[in-house]
Structure formats: C-alpha cells, structure tokens
Design a protein around this ligand. Sequence first.
Ligand SMILES: [Zn+2]
Length: 181
Amino acid sequence: MSFAWTQHRFAGGALALDVANSVILRFDPSRSVDRFADPVQLEAFPAAASAFSAERALFGDLAPSKPSDQSRFIDLREAIDRYFRARVLGRANGGMLADLLEAIAALLRRSDAASLEAATAHSALRLLDASAIERLKICGHCGWLFVDRSKNRSRAWCDMAVCGNREKAKRFQDRRKERAL
Ligand SMILES: [Zn+2]
C-alpha cells in the first residue's frame, strides 16, 4: 500500500508530536516503521504539515529539511519522543530534558525561521508549558503522542476515526472470543 501524509498523520495536535509520531508503532520493534527513513516521505512532510498540522497558522509554509541538518533533526525527533513520552508516564528526568533542550538549541542556532527544523523546535518549546504538558497523552491503541484539547480531557485516542474505531472493533472481537470459550 502506498503511503501518504494524510490528516490522520497530524493527529498529535502539535508539530513536535506529529514529527515524533513519524515513527509508527515504536513500542513494537518487529512492526515499527520510520517514515522519515524514506527520503521521499521526509521531503513531502513539510508541505503536508503546512496543510494539516494543528499549529499550521503559527508557521505557514515550511521549507523542506536541509540534507545537512537531517541528522540533527532526527536527533531532535528522538529527544522529543523520549522526553514527552516519559513525562506522560511520570518517568521524565533532568537528563532527558537537557537532551531535548540541547537538540532544540543545536537546530535553532543554524536554521532559518521558516524551516521545518525551527518550527519543530518552537513547537517542542510550547509543549513544555504547564498547560500543554497537562494535556499530553499516549494513544491507547497506536502509542502516538497527542495533546488532548477536549473540554473534559476525555480523549483516549490520537484519532477517534482511526484508533478509536480499531480499538472498539478489537474489544468486540475479544468479547466474542470470550463468549466462545
Ligand atoms: Zn492512535
């Protein structure tokens, strides 16, 4: 099946999380896929982010990542995932935050304001705000990080239309299996 950066891929509610979520099924190394490992997908990401990201009004049209900055950008992605995932799970430490801030600083020093790298770094800084961090969650189905902006903070899925429905179908099947025992 061919891959495309659809609206669903931007369910994180913040560019930094959409970038972190470019690794699918991180929790399962046997099924995990890094979408940025394909240069075509990495190249296509900024235009899709400018169309679909919840923060698109803050950054407008993003320039694609410069090849010379790509390894720093991937380092930033990994630092974002490590720190914010640990934060949700109550396991974050000063070292993880320092790694994140260093990765942010390394890119901000060399990136244009309108670049994917700078926009991702700024998004990560916004997420450190207490009101954003309180709303951070991990999707109960796919493991993606997302900001729950619902009024009563009741969202369990990155995207109800995808993961919510898959999880419902899975529970239905589990119940059927139980009844058949
Ligand atoms: Zn999900």
